[in-house]
Design a protein around this ligand. Structure first.
Ligand SMILES: Nc1ncnc2c1ncn2[C@@H]1O[C@H](COP(=O)(O)OP(=O)(O)O)[C@@H](O)[C@H]1O
Ligand SMILES: [Mg+2]
Length: 609
């Protein structure tokens, strides 16, 4: 009992904190409009009282002709009544329009706040940490439309509270017991509404897994990524059945809840009906016996449903506010989130050097969050300015991880990575990103035009000829010029009129993007994986020219191309097991020599083209 009271208080104080956060946030964004909205909302709550009060006077005049009233006064009452009626409608319409407009703005403001925050994390660890990712998803749910929904509940709860306070105060003015009876009589039904809303939230949470499953199956049947397998393996009815099963579970749970709510609702609803009818009769009786004028009776009877309805409305709104405001809490918590690792975006004292001395890995070790063994272990090497370095090794050896560390998408757990003699973590992100260009193994496809896709490589440059020259280096011009709209062709099937490319063509686009950037170092992580052998050999033949005086690091499985490198790093299980030129490594008779001979034999046997 006590613990549930404490729990209730805790919940209430959280709700109050969130309310304050929300108010602060929306006032900081749209001070004037939000003030206007709350003003209109107060007006909307007050006008019904005024019109009921005027109605009372009008009825009194009509029912008591013996008390002569000045016809002008009577006319004024009527004019006032009509005026209030018009004003109420105008206020409602005006308020609605204002709320929609402000709502739309706040919807996007809150999303932008969230997106900016996500973008401020310069590492990608956050996307691979399930805890963070959940946090992000919850925060996303609490931003945008949901956020506006919460504000709407706040406004209508304010209105209901004002109306409730007003009606109870006036009824209590007739006789104090009337105010009490109305409040107490309505309480059971209101509490039931409150309880039902709270319980609904629990059911909703319990449903989350099944609903997600349902949505997942639906997406399998409707998304482009799965469309091929679903048809080739004839999986349609399998996923439809899965969908139906998940839906049945959701429906059964909701139905059980509805039945329980129905039973309690009938009892409490009946009770509130009885109270309402009882108070009505009492007022009528008072008027009949001459203790109240007919006008008073009209006023009180008019207030009665208002008082009754608003109490359960207020409690219902509070319950849903408490529920949905939790999502908004995630949103605010997320905005306040500081990651221990997140490097300073503006490294204040940092001065990047004019003279380039290249990259250095010094005893670097790194373990992915949650992994049980390191992906990179005690790795040391250098990339001199202008040097072309190849990294080879089996799948899972740690090659891509090396790239991610080099770009500071992760921070090493031990050791240090230096660029021009300065530890990476001291660089401002922007400075650091300027110095490197990369094609990731799992590169991104942007659903933009070819031109824009390449321009992303360096947004600071004026877009002109350099886009096409980067395109030529990456052999994008071969296919771009054949498309009807050339470089202005929209890529991907995401938007109308988009053209889908092959994996290799997409990779060439991302290669062009990397060439577009005038960086000191260019990193290619298995660019050949999606390129055909001819495109690949072209790429490597021209690689020295393409990268000219820049440093380059490339990862490939095709050892024929590796020979062109100044230095080869052989990785195995996260450790360097060989480092040197092709000739040196062959002479050392280590892993590299074995790998190389196996591939050479396979080529000779015609296994590889
Ligand atoms: N995001 C990740 N989270 C956890 N482990 C990862 C992640 N990416 C890679 N790994 C693991 O780290 C090791 C090295 O992976 P990676 O660098 O991608 O290898 P390579 O590029 O040489 O094939 C592998 O054991 C892999 O399973
Ligand atoms: Mg890899």
């Amino acid at each position: 009992m006590i613990s549930s009271i404490i729990d209730g208080f805790k919940k209430a104080s959280t709700t109050i904190k969130i309310t304050i956060d929300i108010l602060r946030y929306i006032f900081s964004l749209e001070r004037l409009s939000v003030t206007a909205i709350f003003f209109l909302c107060t007006l909307e709550a007050t006008l019904p009282f005024l019109s009921l009060w005027l109605a009372k006077y009008i009825v009194d005049v009509l029912t008591m002709p013996e008390q002569a009233t000045d016809p002008n006064t009577f006319l004024n009452f009527l004019i006032g009544f009509v005026g209030i009626g018009i004003l109420a409608q105008v206020c409602a319409t005006f308020g609605q329009t204002l709320r929609e407009g402000v709502g739309q703005k706040i919807e996007s403001h809150s999303e932008v706040s969230l997106l900016k925050k996500v973008n401020s994390f310069s590492e990608i660890t956050i996307f691979e940490n399930p805890e963070f990712y959940n946090h992000l998803r919850n925060a996303t749910e609490g931003s945008g439309r949901r956020f506006v929904g919460v504000i709407e509940i706040m406004i209508s709860a304010t209105r209901s509270l004002l109306m409730l306070g007003g009606s109870v105060a006036i009824l209590g003015g007739v006789h104090w017991s009337l105010g009490v009876i109305v409040l107490v009589g309505m309480l059971p039904h209101s509490l039931v509404t409150f309880w039902i809303n709270g319980f609904k939230a629990q059911v909703f949470r319990a449903q989350a897994h099944d609903t997600r499953e349902q949505r997942y199956y639906a997406s399998v049947l409707t998304s482009q990524e799965t469309a091929k397998e679903v048809r080739a393996f004839h999986l349609g009815s399998f996923f439809l059945d899965k969908y139906q099963e998940a839906f049945s579970r959701v429906y059964d749970r909701s139905q059980r809840f509805r039945q329980r709510a129905l039973k309690v609702g009938i009892v409490s609803g009946g009770l509130s009906g009885a109270v309402s009818a009882g108070v009505f009769s009492w007022i009528a009786l008072q008027a009949y016996n001459g203790f109240l004028t007919v006008g008073d009776a009209v006023l009180y009877i008019g207030l009665l449903p208002q008082a009754m309805r608003t109490l359960s409305l207020v409690l219902g709104q509070l319950a849903s506010f408490q529920l949905v405001s939790l999502h908004v809490k995630h949103f605010f918590d997320f905005l306040k989130l500081e990651l221990p690792h997140n490097v300073n975006e503006i490294a204040e004292n940092f001065q990047s050097k004019d003279t380039s001395t290249g990259y250095e890995f010094r005893n670097v070790s790194f373990k992915y969050p949650g992994a049980d063994r390191p992906a990179i272990e005690n790795v040391s090497f250098t990339i001199e300015p202008g040097e072309k370095v190849a990294v080879v090794g089996r799948n899972g050896a740690g090659k891509s991880t090396l790239v991610k560390l080099m770009l500071r998408l992760y921070q090493p757990d031990a050791g240090v990575i230096l660029l021009d003699g300065i530890p990476l973590k001291e660089y401002a992100s922007e400075d650091l990103r300027k110095k490197t260009s990369v094609v990731f193994q799992d590169f991104a496809k942007f659903y933009l035009t070819i031109r824009d896709n390449i321009a992303l490589g360096d947004l600071s440059k004026d877009q002109k000829d350099w886009i096409e020259s980067a395109a030529q280096k990456a052999q994008v011009d071969d296919f771009a010029n054949e498309l009807p709209q050339g470089y202005d062709t929209l890529l991907g099937k995401h938007f109308d009129g988009g053209v889908e490319l092959s994996g290799g063509q997409w990779q060439r686009i991302s290669l062009a993007r990397a060439f577009a950037r005038d960086a000191d170092l260019i990193v290619l992580d298995e660019p050949s994986s999606a390129l055909d052998p001819i495109a690949e050999s072209h790429l490597y033949e021209r690689f020295r020219d393409l990268t000219n005086d820049k440093s380059a690091l490339f990862i490939t499985h095709r050892l024929g191309s590796v020979r062109l490198a100044d230095k080869i790093i052989v990785l195995n299980d996260g450790k360097i097991v060989g480092i040197g030129s092709h000739n040196e490594l062959m002479a050392a008779e280590g892993d590299y020599a074995v790998l190389f001979r196996t591939q050479a034999e396979n080529y000779a046997d015609g296994i590889f083209e």
